[in-house]
Design a binder for this molecule. Structure first.
Ligand code: ZN
Length: 127
């Protein structure tokens, strides 16, 4: 039994050693040359982070919409409507890092494009 515990501890230690070290801060250029699908060529783009907007009561997830779709009606277990918010009973928001949500604005047509895939970093810095 003791031998089994030792081997599992050693396995987790090696797994932790293989994990990549997340950088604390990462520098990004303020402008970058990037393909614009509207201009159909590479143009200068302004780089910035997307700001979180407050959720609208008229948008997806509203109670009215759920009622219309038959989610929060009747008696008995109403699924997510029977439970407290996820933030109260699940370990949410405990992550050390956040995924970047970059926006690229074309300097020619001033349309904005999004980043394909975010990367986990603690802090973003533009230079
Ligand atoms: Zn453009």
């Amino acid at each position: 039994m003791a031998a089994g515990a030792n081997s599992s501890a050693a396995a987790s230690a090696t797994f932790l050693n293989t994990l990549p070290v997340l950088p604390f801060k990462m520098k990004f250029p303020k402008t970058v040359s990037r393909y614009c699908p509207y201009c159909r060529k590479h143009t200068e783009h302004k780089v910035f982070l997307a700001k979180k907007k407050a959720p609208s009561s008229l948008k997806y997830g509203s109670k009215v919409r759920a009622r219309r779709r038959g989610r929060a009606r009747g008696t008995g277990n109403l699924g997510r409507y029977s439970k407290p918010p996820v933030t109260q009973w699940k370990m949410t928001g405990k992550k050390q890092t956040k995924k970047t949500d970059m926006r690229y604005q074309c300097s020619v047509c001033s349309k904005t494009h999004t980043q394909r895939k975010g990367i986990r970093i603690k802090k973003v810095e533009f230079e």
